[in-house]
Design a protein. Structure first.
Lengths: 114, 520
């Protein structure tokens, strides 16, 4: 579940509010968005991916709350880690050219799960 | 006419597409390319909604006349256990091959494989959906986002639009010459990755117009997942060893059967110890979302075992949905369906289409439905939206009143309690099916007398989701009762063998009284 909107990093762009497929956040004029419906968070990590400021952290646990400490997350390199793994920068998607999933394909070149 | 229908956003268009996953996007693209004006409404955001946006997916990319194409056809027919059809599989892969070529021209960068060739057999979900979104903008498709659909409009026996309420509470109504339902399958809010919004809404809306469903019994489908997490990605477990608490190695041909057999006995662990360094790098640099729940817990899956479970995936990675013809048309005029909202029996038969087949189907069936819907709307001509169109009667609860949130929540829990347990749904028998149906029917009847809340329109979405999931659960088990054999992902403990005499499809529909009938 989404556990952190960093007040230090958030630029109040509301990209997470727009990106969330499940209506978890509420935007507030001039303020940080709030996590309004945590129970509806499906732990899909997409708000984190769409945050250009690396201000969000989605804990991997779908039902359990996790106490998170922003400095510890930063020290472990976890804020923005999904974006970096994919190659997204700022508001720009990217990095599919480096996708090595073809290594997982079958010898005849057809995808592994076709 | 109810006052609500005259408030809020009122639009007229040629085609209304419900759902902004890949199938809906391809339907909107092909309809717009056919010259139609298109509105696409999505419960969330086009680009993050649906099972594809949160994941990576294989896609079947095979060239016409190639050996790979013959191989895919052979394999799918064998795996389909008598219900897959060669002509549908061929149309699907040929359509998809063309469309994947176009995806590259819209900016999706495919990688170069180790043989120096462009590899198009895999799509990275978030990037793929962003590319489709750009294409929709280029074609001036109007997006209604964070705008759940609640029902369809009909005019003289034909579907003529849809209506809903935005998350803000503002109602919307779209009059259209034709509607494409691409709302995905139903995973009963199990939180299997990306599926939370997939609650069978489109199946409900379509069935309310009289549309027929098919293949709903092929739904005993679960994904492998870390016990506390959501990433249901089965691919990685092809390189796994499973052990029990004591460290004893668990054996089995089929990982799902292995897990379903052992999970009731105690914890099961996986370690991805069979992946070579090249495969490990391939997984890391192709399937990075697999590692999110593991890295964040400090687990190295190649060296440490971690506890796994099976998470229900319903009809999203099962088979059933709205019955469509080869043009994407449902049994109701003006109503088309695509992607996981449609039955995939013709391409996967009785087995899961998770991974390559479903994503390939989304592209092909979306393209078919978009073109056919555009043709239908064009045939109606300019005056189509001057037809008198009325909202379709809602099943389960009156149209403009939401079930109280606590009643919706308890109905959803009631459906989940019948759908999630392995002993009810991974394998089934006449006793468990009848027992589940009995309780689901009682919950359905209770809905009709549930307390209603009128003042807050924002509650309507969850209310309709509850109705949709209950209806879907009942279609699933009513179909499962009728198929007295084991075939693919319909596993009957009391009929453990495939019965060649039952090589039919089962069509299902209705609400208060559900009807199931065999069809060839």
């Amino acid at each position: 579940m989404i556990e952190l909107i960093s007040a230090n990093r958030c630029i109040k762009c509301d990209a997470c509010v727009a990106a969330c497929p499940d209506n978890v956040f509420d935007a507030r004029p001039g303020e940080l968005p709030i996590i309004a419906r945590l129970d509806d968070c499906q732990t899909c990590f997409l708000c984190e991916l769409y945050c250009p400021a690396d201000a969000l952290y989605v804990s991997p646990f779908k039902d359990l709350r996790e106490q998170v400490d922003e400095q510890a997350l930063i020290a472990r390199g976890l804020l923005g880690s999904y974006r970096r793994a994919l190659g997204w920068r700022g508001l720009k998607a990217g990095g599919t050219a480096g996708d090595l999933s073809h290594r997982l394909a079958e010898p005849d070149g057809t995808p592994h799960q076709s | 006419m109810i006052a609500v229908a005259n408030e809020g956003v009122q639009l007229t268009t040629d085609i209304l597409v419900l759902g902004g996953g890949p199938a809906g996007a391809w339907a909107a693209i092909t309809a717009a390319e056919s010259g139609a004006a298109v509105v696409l409404a999505d419960k969330g955001r086009m680009g993050t909604s649906g099972a594809t946006a949160a994941v990576n997916t294989a896609v079947i990319d095979v060239a016409p006349f190639s050996a790979s194409r013959r191989q895919v056809l052979k394999r799918r027919l064998e795996r389909g256990l008598g219900l897959a059809r060669a002509d549908w599989i061929e149309s699907m892969v040929d359509e998809t091959h063309l469309q994947l070529g176009r995806l590259a021209t819209w900016g999706y960068e495919f990688p170069i494989d180790d043989r120096g060739q462009t590899y198009r057999g895999h799509l990275r979900g978030p990037d793929y959906m962003q590319t489709l979104r750009r294409r929709l903008h280029g074609l001036r498709v109007k997006l209604l986002e964070h705008s759940p659909a609640l029902g369809l409009l009909m005019s003289d026996g034909e579907v003529a639009g849809g209506r809903g309420v935005a998350r803000s509470g503002e109602p919307w109504t779209v009059r259209a010459g034709a509607v494409v339902v691409a709302t995905g399958g139903c995973a009963f809010m199990s939180k299997a990755l990306g599926t939370y919004g997939l609650t069978g809404d489109g199946l409900l809306m379509a069935a309310e117009t009289g549309a027929v469903l098919s293949g709903m019994e092929f739904s005993g489908q679960y994904g492998v997942c870390h016990v506390a997490a959501t990433v249901t990605k089965n691919l990685i477990y092809d390189w796994a060893t499973f052990t029990d608490e004591s460290g004893r190695k668990l054996e089995g041909e089929d990982i799902f059967e292995l897990l379903a057999r052992n999970l009731p006995l105690g914890p099961v662990y996986a370690i991805i110890d069979k992946a070579t360094p090249a495969i490990q790098e391939g997984l890391r640099r192709g399937q990075s979302n697999i590692f999110l729940p593991l890295d964040r817990q400090g687990i190295d899956p190649f060296r440490q075992r971690f506890p796994v479970t099976l998470c229900y995936e319903g009809t999203v990675r099962g088979v059933g949905g709205l019955r469509i013809d080869a043009q994407g048309a449902t049994s109701v005029p003006g109503l088309y369906a695509a992607g996981d909202a449609a039955s995939r029996e013709a391409i996967v038969g009785a087995v899961s289409g998770g991974g390559g087949p479903n994503s390939t189907w989304a592209i092909a069936s979306g393209s078919w439905a978009g073109r056919s819907a555009a043709t239908h709307a064009a045939r109606l001509g300019r005056n189509a939206n001057e037809r008198k169109a009325d909202p379709v009667e809602c099943a389960g609860a009156p149209r403009e009143s939401a079930i109280a949130p606590e009643d919706a929540a308890s109905s959803i829990s009631a459906a989940q309690a019948e759908m999630f347990p392995l002993e009810r749904n991974f394998t089934r028998d006449e006793g468990t099916i009848r027992d589940s149906l009995h309780r689901l029917d009682a919950t359905w009847r209770a809905l009709l007398t549930a307390r209603h809340v009128h003042q807050d329109r924002r509650l309507l979405c969850r209310s309709r989701e509850a109705v949709a999931m209950l209806a879907t659960a009942r279609w699933i088990y009513a179909s499962a009762l009728k198929r007295r054999e084991t075939r693919g992902i319909h596993r009957r403990r009391d009929h453990p063998k495939l019965s060649p005499a039952q090589s039919w499809r089962l069509e299902v529909g209705g609400f208060d009284r559900i009807i199931v009938e065999p069809a060839r």
